[in-house]
Design a protein around this ligand. Sequence first.
Ligand code: GLA
Length: 398
Amino acid sequence: MKRTALILLAAIFMLGSAWSLDQQSLVNTLASTPPMGWNSWNRFACNVSEDLIRQTADAMVASGMKDAGYQYVVIDDCWQVERDSNGNIVIDAKRFPSGMKALADYVHAKGLKFGIYSDAGTKTCQGRPGSRGYEFQDAWQYAAWGVDYLKFDWCSSSTQDARSSYELMRAALDASGRPIVFSICEWGTAKPWLWAKGVGNLWRTTGDISDTWQDHKKWPDGSCCSNGMVDILDQQVGLESYAGPGHWNDPDMLEVGNGGMTTAEYRAHFSLWAILAAPLIAGNDLRDMKPEIREILTHKEVIAVDQDPAGNEGSRVRKNGDLEVWSKVLQDGSRAVVLFNRGTAGAEIGVSWEELGYPAHLSAKVRDLWQAKDLGEHKGTFSATVAPHSVVMVTVTP
Ligand code: GLA
C-alpha cells in the first residue's frame, strides 16, 4: 500500500513539474521579438467600436503594415460596461453588437491577432469594471473569445501589491490554456523590470506618453508628470539590461502620425523606440495615414533593428548636452546607431568605434537606414550633420 501511495505521489509530482515546464515554455515562446501591433488608446481613447477595429484590421493589411510585421490589433479601455449576475464581464453592446468572438474571428481571418484590455484593480482607468477578484473567470472568457494579447492596467488598485496582482493574472492566463501575450501596464511604479520577467512579456516603464516632443508638466492634482517623447526616453536610461526575448521594457505606445509632432520628430521617436527594442504598437488612425507617416511606420530597415533576434536593448553611450549617441548590438555583431539632436539648431554629431565597443583601427561599413544608402568604409569614427529635433540612424558593420 505504502509503495503504491509513494509511486502515485511521485507520478503526481512528475506530472506537476511537466505541466509547469510546459506553462513556462508557453510564456517564454511568446514575444520572442518585441510585439508589433496597434492599440486604440492614443488616438481614439473611449471612442472604440467594432467598426473601428474591423476597419483598422483592414487598413493594417492594405497599408502594408502587416507585411512590415505588425500583428496585434488591441482594443484598449471602454469596451466593457458592467458584470452580469454571474460575474461575467459585459461588453458595450451598442459599440460591439456582434460580440468579441465574432470580432476576434474577423481579425484572425485577416492573418492578424486580437488583443484586449483590463485592469488589475477594481476599476479600469475610465471607471469600467476591472478584473480584481475575477482574474480566472476573465482569463477563461478571453481565451474563449480567441484573445491573443492582454494589456492589464493598474488603476483603482488601492493597496494591492503589484507583483502578486500581476502574478495572479499570469496564473489565470496559464490556466486558460491559450497562449496570450501579457502586457503589464503598471507605469513602472513598482519597478517591474526587477520582477516581471516570467510574469509578463512586456512592462510599461513610465506613465503615459503624450503626443508632444517634451512636456513633463505636473498633473492638475500636483502629482508628477505628463511625458513627452523625450521625457519617456530619458526614463529608459539604465533599464537596458532587463530586456530580452520574451520580456521587454515598454516605453509606451507610439504617437507617430497623431499630429502633435513634426515628421522629423516622429522619425526620431520611431528610431529611438527601435534602438530601445521597444514594442512597436502604433497609436494613430491607420485608415487615414499620410504617406510620410506610413513610410515611417513601415520602414523595413529601422524595424529590423527593433526586431533583431538577439533581443538586446540599446543604450545611450554618450550625452553632450542636447547631442546624444544611442547604440544597440545586433545579432551579427554590427551596431545600430542613432545620432540624436534634441536641440533647436543643426549640429555635427560623431561617434567613435570605442564607444561602440570596437577597436579604433577597425574598418567598418556604414549604412544610413532612413536614406537606405551605403556611406562607405569608415575607420575609428563616423560623424554626420543632424538637423534640429532629428536623428541620423546608421548601422556600423566591421
Ligand atoms: C492608463 C494607461 C493607458 C490607457 C488608459 C486607459 O492611463 O496607462 O495606456 O490604457 O489607462 O484608460
